[in-house]
Design a binder for this molecule. Sequence first.
Ligand code: GTP
Ligand code: MG
Length: 307
Amino acid sequence: MAVQWYPGHMHKAQKEIREIMDDIDVIIEVLDARIPYSSENPLISQLRKDKPCVKLLNKMDLSDPLLTQQWLQALEKEQGVKALPVTTKEPQTMASLSETCRQLYYDNHRQDRPIKTMIMGIPNVGKSSIINLLAGRNIAKVGNEPAVTKRQQIIYIDNGIVLLDTPGILWPRVENQNSGYRLAITGAVKDTAIEYEDIALYAGEYLLKNYPMLLQQRFDLDNLPDSPLMLLEEIGKRRGCLRSGGHIELHRASEILIHEYRSGKLGLITFETPEMVQQEEIMVLQQQAERLEKKALKQASRKKSRR
Ligand SMILES: Nc1nc2c(ncn2[C@@H]2O[C@H](COP(=O)(O)OP(=O)(O)OP(=O)(O)O)[C@@H](O)[C@H]2O)c(=O)[nH]1
Ligand SMILES: [Mg+2]
């Protein structure tokens, strides 16, 4: 599933990110703990050079604790990166953020100036919720479209640490089709832009393979269905998604699966593992190489026919 994100604006955005980064000392990138790879903006790693970065794996109240641990280790392999699991549902999980910024920054800088930080991240990962928590008051709208930027202010979050009050909104990964599905499943892509059945089949396949017990518990399944389509049919039967003639309304069954996953009713579930995305990255590179090769062959044959 391809995600369209600010098409044509990539170059401009790249320049803007570079400028923002020049102005701050520590980047605080918010990721969704259920999809730490797909909710990452690859440009941050490419452009930050040696600028310290704290990656907050937010919504850990919904993610699989074992996989969250794996992700923390995987993300911290990058030089200058510290990763923290957090949830805005439990503000105390944010307690070590200031200290982490200080550790990362004062390793290489003078201690007598405040550290300027900025929250960055793709839509819906919880940037505004985190800003409000750190500010101790509601200054950013939650669960809404990004507010029109007023004059940028700074918030004093802790001794020696300031935070810009306007979050940097980024776009997610676009080159990996699997990421498109996982962004849709977790709600980072607007509902109007997604096909519920399509993403529910993708989610169903992953859940049947990785979290079969949670599916069985939630939907009272005696046996595990053999395919994602059969899973949706079983959900439909149990939740009364029936049309005349006994047909199952797959669209409604799909909505139930996705909405119950998003709200945490299915359980603690993470939709990607470090190992899995490593393999996907290889596939993406292969596909890119194949596309380039095809293009080169086409150009060569066009040249030949012109002669
Ligand atoms: N379960 C859970 N939900 C959260 C958490 N943090 C934020 N949310 C919810 O996620 C949704 C998006 O939160 P926001 O703070 O508006 O996210 P944002 O990154 O500012 O989104 P945009 O402004 O659209 O870019 C809201 O419904 C929040 O209530 C969390 O830690 N756990
Ligand atoms: Mg926001």
